[in-house]
Structure formats: C-alpha cells, structure tokens
Design a protein around this ligand. Structure first.
Ligand SMILES: [Fe+2]
Ligand SMILES: [Fe+2]
Length: 258
C-alpha cells in the first residue's frame, strides 16, 4: 500500500501546485491513499467548505488541520458531519470536530490521528504524549498514522522515539520547511520531522515577505497576506506499507520547485 502525504497547502499557489502535481504523482507512483494538511488552504487561514469539497474531488481521503483549524469560521458548519477532516486530538474537549478517523482499506483497519505540540505553541492544548497513550489504548487498528503538528524539532523527535514501533508513520507539519531526516526508526516507525509546505517559494512560509520583514525591522503589525505570485514548492512524502507484515517499508520525500 502506498500513501501520499502532502504538507501544509497554503492558499492560492498551494492549491494550484497541489492540483498540478497530485494527479500525476498518484498515477505514476500508484498511490492508494492521499492525506493532506489543509490548515492553510483558504487564504492561509483554515479550510472553507468549497476547498474541503475540492480536496475530496482530487481524491483526498483525509484532511488534517492544526493551530489554524478554526480561523475560517465556516468549518464549524461541516466539521462535525464529515468523516474526512480531523483537527488535533489534544485540543481542549470543548473544541468541535474529531482528532482521529478509522477506516478500512482492503483488509486493514487504518487510523489517522493528529496531535499538536505544546512547545512554543498555545498553552491551552492538552499533553500530546498523554493523549496519544490514551488513544492507542482505546483502539485496535492494524496501522496508525499520526500528523504531529508542532514547532520544536526536539518535541517532534522525542514524540517519534516515544511512539516508535507503536505508530507506523509519524510525520511533522506546521513549520512549513521540509527537514532532511526521513527515515525508518529503530522499532519500525517511518518518520520525518516536517513534510514542508505546498505553496509559494518566495514568501515567508506562505506570507508576503515584505509584511514579515517590516514586522521584524519596524514592528509593523500588518495583517498577513498570502504570497500569490512567483515560484511554487510542492512538499510531500510517499510511504510504503507492507500489507502482510503491517510494517512501514519505505519513506521517500518529494520536494518540487516550479
Ligand atoms: Fe501550517
Ligand atoms: Fe500550523
């Protein structure tokens, strides 16, 4: 079984790059399941219903979110009714939506979950380590896949070691920069610290660079606007899972600049 996981798709250029590349990768690599991080899909902030349906039309099975999950308020209207969208499981319980989805693929029961980190993030989030232990105790799936949405590389690596051999695929999102450490860990978990983003190459992780430079130089608090021109980057990983042994067999990175 082959799974394509695409990192944070950011606004207009991200959607264009996604549409341009996913179809041909799917055919060329014989991809079975597509997972995407969609927290920045709609104008860089959240996911609206139109873009949610657009993902389903592109053959996406699961859309994960992150700290921007509820910045587009329209998600409240559909997040509780969908079986394709998850937000971090360790969000406070009052938050809408669910933190994992279990589905069948051939004879396998697959669970995709999302956790969000606490280091340099919002204090309100519950402990991702504790919540993962709780969740794994409750479930009996054949394959577990986790989007660990976090800022600090140390927190992500500690999480990967903690759940090495228990979660088959652990991949980082949120920093929007692909790391060079994709590997199969000692106990069999396929891991990368960050998949990287899909969208503008020349902004600052998706935002127009002038806005961010002026923020650092002069403290100007201009509202974030997506970089909608110029080159794009498409960042993703391809996982191969052995259906017989139920183990991760390979992890490859994709980094396309166009
Ligand atoms: Fe993001
Ligand atoms: Fe994020």
């Amino acid at each position: 079984m082959k799974i394509l996981i695409v990192g944070d798709v950011y606004s207009k250029l991200g959607r264009a790059s996604f549409e341009r590349n996913v179809k041909q990768i799917k055919e060329k690599e014989k991809i079975d399941i597509i997972i995407v991080n969609g927290e920045n899909t709609s104008h860089g902030r959240g996911l609206n219903e139109k873009h949610y349906r657009w993902y389903l039309n592109q053959g996406v099975s699961i859309i994960t979110l992150g700290n921007h999950a509820f910045e587009n308020k329209s998600i409240i209207d559909f997040i509780n009714d969908t079986d394709n969208v998850i937000r971090p499981y360790n969000f406070p319980n009052k938050f809408p939506g669910k933190g994992f989805i279990t589905f069948r693929w051939n004879n396998l029961k697959i669970t995709v979950m999302q956790m969000i980190g606490k280091v340099f993030m919002n204090d309100e989030y519950l402990c991702p380590f504790e919540k993962t232990l709780d969740l794994l105790n409750k479930l009996d799936s054949d394959i577990y896949i986790c989007d660990f949405h976090a800022e600090a590389t140390s927190e992500k690596i500690a999480y990967a070691h903690c759940f090495d051999g228990k979660i088959h695929v652990i991949y980082g999102t949120h920093t929007h920069v692909q790391t060079n450490d994709a590997r199969i860990m000692e106990n069999g978990t396929a891991y990368i610290t960050d998949v990287g983003m899909t969208g503008a190459l020349d902004g600052v992780i998706g935002v127009k660079k002038e806005i961010i430079i002026n923020r650092f130089l002069y403290g100007m608090q201009e509202r974030f606007t997506p970089q909608n021109e110029g080159k794009t980057q498409f960042n993703a990983i391809i996982l191969e899972i052995n259906e017989i042994s139920k183990k991760a067999a390979n992890i490859d990175i994709i980094n396309l600049i166009e």
